[in-house]
Design a binder for this molecule. Structure first.
Ligand code: AVJ
Ligand code: FE
Length: 381
């Protein structure tokens, strides 16, 4: 949730500051070389995300609101996410960690000065209820989760984190009916969560908790990865290519987590599974993935335990709701609409509460598993 009064300048300044402290704390264990290493083609070097956080803030606050010149001339070429693929960012002439920290500080000074006289109670939708400051705060919080994905892949020891075990069993039933989804009034909601609208749903059941490591282990041991009937064509192709036999970082009842080998807790939600694995597991269990709107209706009805431990894959492609319009820029959501991506719901242990609201929609390619994603099954009634 945004601060109780989102239009209070002090509340916004406090959230900006808290986000920044958390970013620096997350990266504190790394030396310069580790920060500059391209650990995986799937992820940027840590120092790219760091400077990109400042770049995004400068674009929206200093430049757009404050009408000031960019603080970094090369910003658009180096730190616009559309300028270069993640895999190649290690080769770019990036700011070194000290220069990146200094850039963030200079951007932040301008942000705080702009915040002092921004008209937060006017009609401009960019400013109303602190929206654009909320955008910048949420963006930094989202990149903290991206940083944790990179840190997990690096194998460098780090405090990191983990999903908590979830004990509830069984499923809850949702009656056929007309339900509200999306939002008009969450002050910091992204364009893709808007507008609020109603949907007709057929009756369905959804599990009380996400699939656990012991449940997923049973699927693995029973030959889930070699039973072709469980996989879609795309899933089979992915499986062969990845040589997949278990979730990323997972072997024989142990998990390699942030550089340490740990036993798997049987009630911990499984994570680091792709959409294809989620789908094959659901088929094996005689169930299916929920659609994102089924998920949202069940979540709003209070039926789901363990929300916020792992992102939950849904069967829904990422598209705009009826009457969607891009705001404040098409590159956040709209350019990703189509059937290439699947929606994930709920948030993970690495997501900040500001991000993990019931209407929030995350998306990724169905083959990705560096994200902290698991699955919750559903079935028709
Ligand atoms: C919503 C997680 C898919 O990382 O691409 C960060 C979030 N957008 N900077 C992403 C985002 C711009 C986005 N996801
Ligand atoms: Fe970003």
């Amino acid at each position: 949730m945004p601060p109780a009064s989102t239009d209070s300048r002090t509340a916004l300044a406090t959230e900006l500051d808290a986000a920044r402290h958390a970013t620096h704390a997350l990266l504190a264990p790394f030396d310069d070389e580790e920060l500059q290493t391209q650990w995986s083609p799937l992820q940027s070097p840590l120092v790219w995300d760091l400077a990109h956080i400042g770049y995004f803030e400068d674009v929206w606050i200093g430049q757009r609101l404050g009408r000031l010149d960019p603080l970094l001339a090369e910003g658009d070429d180096l730190y616009d996410a559309f300028a270069h693929e993640r895999a190649g960012r290690g080769e770019l002439p990036l700011l070194d960690p000290a220069a990146a920290r200094d850039y963030l500080e200079r951007v932040r000074d301008r942000t705080l000065r702009t915040l002092e006289d921004a008209p937060l109670d006017g009609e401009d939708p960019l400013l109303r209820r602190g929206f654009v400051f909320g955008l910048v705060i949420q963006h930094e919080r989202q990149h903290q989760e991206t940083l944790l994905q990179t840190i997990q892949l690096s194998g460098v020891p780090h405090p990191g984190g983990a999903p908590q075990p979830v004990l509830s069993e069984g499923e809850s039933k949702v009656d056929a009916g007309t339900y509200s989804v999306g939002t008009d009034d969450a002050p910091w909601a992204y364009d893709n969560e808007r507008p609020a609208h109603t949907v007709e749903l057929a009756a369905f059941a959804i599990d009380a908790r996400p699939v656990t490591t012991v449940e997923f282990g049973a699927f693995v041991e029973s030959g889930g990865y070699v039973d072709e009937r469980l996989w879609s064509d795309e899933g089979r192709a992915w499986c062969a290519e990845e040589n997949a036999t278990a979730p990323l970082h997972w072997e024989d009842g142990t998990v390699t987590r942030f550089g340490r080998d740990e036993p798997l807790d049987p009630d911990e939600p499984v994570q680091h599974i792709s959409f294809h694995e989620a789908e094959a597991y659901a088929r094996w269990a005689g169930k299916r993935l929920p659609t994102e709107l089924e998920w949202e209706v069940a979540a709003r009805g209070g039926s789901l335990d363990g929300i916020g431990e792992v992102w939950e894959w849904t069967s829904s492609p990422f598209t705009g709701y009826p009457n969607f319009y891009a705001f404040p820029y098409p590159e956040y959501s709209e350019v990703f609409f189509g059937d290439e991506y699947r929606v994930l719901r709920g948030g993970s242990w690495a997501s900040h509460p500001l991000v993990a609201r019931p209407t929030f929609r995350n998306w990724d390619y169905p083959m990705r598993r560096q994200i902290f994603a698991g699955v919750r099954c559903a079935r028709d009634l």
